[in-house]
Design a protein around this ligand. Structure first.
Ligand code: ATP
Ligand code: MP5
Length: 475
């Protein structure tokens, strides 16, 4: 698999509402991991309800645009959308023959979702003639009928038959799209006419939505982008369809226009952390209820107003010494696992502070014989150890709630006249707060570099620790 960022050129018309054409292509290319470039074939005054007019710049200017890109940039893939008229098709055809981009996907745009024509009737033959220059053609049902010269298919079998005809006649792979056929399942297929007439279907649930403007544009751009990375058409189509299904699902949330709105190209990215600058801030917000419940715990309210029974406080500290010893071991393991020297130093110092500063106060309260570890203490330490067993990212997420919740409590309790002032002051100390902030920064860095799957399980580790923190106070 090629891991370089694919440089993908869209040659297409415009949509000022951003849902189709060049605007959709650029979003789709970016959403699928590519660097998008664009050459405009036609300026289209359109919105989600329909097309008002089309302005086609001179063919010489189109060629100037194309050459400006290819004279300077190594193009990994080209997606071709609306071409409009025979002159535009001839210009793009000549440029393709001259530059021979390694990957070419042609979406044979003819009619918009609104029913308006985007390709003149006399251009249909010219469009057929450039099909052999493509690695893949992506017609919808009506476009397939025009390309094959048949009447519009109403059954999937006819779609496949027409795709085979087009593939055989023009020597090109066809992605047959069944979006226009009825049914709960949307069927597409990668069709290649050869000795075996290969037909590889792809199915997905039909999303009940009006936001389908630009699905064809977005899909073909995504496939061109993925093809650069995977080198396998079926895999590229499969990944693009998965992305499109999610984007279709969230399209209506954008509330763009009164007709057929656009898909939400970046919905997946936004959901999985693309805009989150601090994962830990979001996790902290998500445990707000749990934190409020912890604040209401009689142990903490008693600590806050000084009414807490001394024996209960001593019992808590006895468990906390057990906890801090185990916690320090986990921090030491993080120190060994950290790749950055500053993080290694931080966890080493943190482990040391646990075993010295924090437990020093605790020991003044301890009585012999020391009580054994409670089930909650055991459970909490087991969780931390198993988190760190899963890896550094999980480990840092799991140890964070202890830092953060204690710093938060320490900042809010008033030590004046409180019999537990020493304890409160320890967690109100700016040095402790700086450590909590450093632990957050490390977690955010790890979460930012993690895959969505790892980030999700980091959150689970964080949430479980926060729950155990609450149980620890309540025990
Ligand atoms: N409602 C839907 N739910 C799920 N997938 C859909 C839906 N509508 C279309 N698709 C998928 O979107 C892609 C484009 O399909 P379609 O047949 O609508 O092409 P198109 O007509 O060229 O698109 P456009 O809307 O841009 O004209 C296909 O992969 C198709 O399966
Ligand atoms: C410039 C341009 N290119 C393509 C389409 C087709 O998209 P849709 O069929 O979703 O309207 C469009 N409307 N405008």
């Amino acid at each position: 698999m090629n891991t370089k960022t694919p440089r993908v050129l869209s040659i297409a018309g415009t949509d000022p509402t951003g849902g189709a054409g060049i605007q959709a292509d650029l979003k789709s290319i970016a959403a699928n991991g590519g660097y998008g470039m664009a050459v405009v074939t036609a300026l289209v005054a359109q919105n989600t309800r329909g097309v008002r007019s089309v302005h086609t710049p001179p063919a010489e200017f189109l060629r100037e645009q194309l050459d400006s890109v290819s004279d300077d940039v190594a193009i990994d893939a080209v997606k071709i959308g609306m071409l409009g008229d025979p002159e535009v098709i001839a210009t793009v055809g000549d440029w393709l023959r001259a530059t021979r981009p390694p990957i070419v996907v042609i979406d044979p745009v003819m009619v918009a979702t609104s029913g308006d024509r985007l390709l003149s009737c006399e251009a249909e033959e010219a469009l057929r003639e450039i099909l052999p220059l493509a690695g893949l053609v992506t017609p919808n049902v009506p476009e397939l009928a025009v390309l094959s010269g048949r009447s519009e298919a109403t059954m999937w079998d006819d779609v496949v038959a027409q795709s085979l005809e087009v593939s055989r006649r023009w020597g090109v792979r066809v992605l047959a799209k069944g979006g226009h056929l009825p049914g709960d399942v949307v069927c597409d297929a990668l069709v290649e006419a050869d000795a075996f007439d290969s037909v590889r279907p792809l199915e997905s649930p039909r999303i009940a939505t009006r936001a389908t403007h630009g699905t064809g544009c977005s899909l073909s751009s995504a496939v061109a982008t993925w093809q650069t990375a995977t080198g396998d058409w079926f895999t590229s189509i499969d990944r693009s369809r998965q992305w499109l299904t999610e984007s279709l699902r969230h399209g209506e949330e954008l509330e763009v226009g009164q007709g057929h709105g656009p898909v939400s190209h970046f919905a997946g990215l936004w959901q999985r952390g693309g805009l989150i600058t601090s994962a830990s801030a979001e996790w902290w917000a998500r445990i707000a209820e749990l934190r409020e419940a912890t604040d209401r715990d009689p142990f903490l309210t008693g600590l806050a107003d000084g009414s807490l029974d001394k024996a209960r406080f001593a019992a808590y500290l006895a468990q906390d010494v057990h906890y801090l010893e185990g916690y320090a071991s986990v921090l030491s393991r993080l120190a060994q696992m950290a790749r950055e020297p500053v993080e290694r130093a931080f966890w080493t110092t943190a482990a040391l502070a646990c075993l010295t500063t924090e437990t020093a106060l605790h020991r003044t309260w301890l009585t012999e014989p020391r009580p054994a570890k409670s089930p909650v203490t055991e459970r909490y330490l087991d969780h931390l150890r198993s988190a760190v067993d899963q890896g550094y990212e999980h480990g840092v997420a799991a140890v964070l709630p202890c830092y953060w919740m204690y710093a938060d409590i320490g900042a809010r309790l008033d030590p004046a006249g409180n019999p537990y002032a020493d304890w409160i002051t320890m967690y109100a100390d700016p040095v402790f707060h700086e450590s909590a902030a450093a632990a957050r920064r490390i977690t955010d860095r790890a979460a930012g570099a993690a895959t969505p799957v790892v980030r999700e399980s980091m959150w689970r580790a964080f949430e479980r620790s926060a729950q155990l923190e609450r149980e620890f106070f309540a025990q």
